[in-house]
Design a protein around this ligand. Structure first.
Ligand code: PGA
Length: 250
């Protein structure tokens, strides 16, 4: 049994002042549990505020929404893996569909980011997922496998098991359309098989695969119950402390 991971991706919401208020309200309603991992991905500017507001709540893990593909240097406006770790992040989202499709991030950048994250003590959470036309064209598995293979391409064999994967179909993100538990389980199985081919069945079984895309407090349980769904990556429904508390307690 993999303990579920419930992760909140705030995207470009909740600057330091709102983030502090969110944490206070969330901690008031969410009691620490040892049977799950709760992760918050605030915007980079709010990371250290959230870390300080969490105080001694070591049950909640912090992550960064993006890192740059180079370790340091003249990249105005960017955040490095080392800086994110210094600000309190332990996980780095890599290849979120908004990075891929809004900012044009290519597969080789996701590979560099996964490797850099690990080098700086961050666990990469590699996001993969197909667009609507790719799903309708029967290309879902091929797209997901291409993104998965590319994202893991620069990892040393010993590092490959130390990743998290999030399957987020692009057509389900922020649209109110959720993959059914059956659809999610089918793609998660494709991902698990690919991991098993690379890592062996035992190590592959230990890699958490999260689902994301229009998760709410109403559909969270059914998605988490689906085979090979080891957690949820939640955008819109994670912005309100009581909604997030309900999902984190699912
Ligand atoms: P959503 O976003 O829950 O608002 O669909 C999920 C995500 O993009 O991680």
């Amino acid at each position: 049994m993999r303990a579920p991971i419930l992760a909140a991706n705030w995207k470009m919401n909740h600057g330091p002042t709102e983030a502090r208020a969110f944490v206070a309200a969330f901690l008031a309603s969410y009691t620490a549990r040892t049977d799950r991992t709760v992760v918050l991905f605030p915007p980079a500017l709010s990371l250290s505020t959230v870390r300080d507001a969490l105080g001694s709540r070591a049950d909640i893990t912090l992550g960064v929404q993006n890192i740059h593909s180079e370790a340091k240097g003249a990249f105005t406006g960017e955040n490095s893996a080392a800086m994110a770790a210094d600000a309190g992040a332990r996980i780095a989202l890599v290849g979120h569909s908004e990075r891929r499709h809004v900012f044009g991030e290519p597969d080789d950048a996701t590979a560099a980011k996964c490797a850099l994250a690990l080098r700086h003590g961050l666990t990469p959470m590699l996001c993969v997922g197909e667009k609507l036309e790719q799903r309708e064209g029967g290309e879902t598995d091929a797209v997901v496998l291409r993104q998965l293979r590319a994202g893991l391409a620069k990892l040393a064999p010993a590092d490959a098991p130390n990743v998290l994967i999030a399957y987020e179909p692009v057509w389900a993100i922020g649209t109110g359309k959720t993959a059914t538990p059956v659809d999610a389980a089918a793609v998660h199985q494709v991902i698990r098989r690919e991991l098993a081919a690379r890592l062996g069945a035992k190590q592959a079984a230990a890699v958490p695969i999260l689902y994301g895309g229009s998760v709410t407090r109403d559909n969270a349980r059914a998605l988490l119950d689906a085979e090979n769904v080891d957690g949820l990556l939640v955008g819109g429904a994670s912005l309100d402390p009581s909604s997030w508390s309900a999902i984190a307690s699912t």
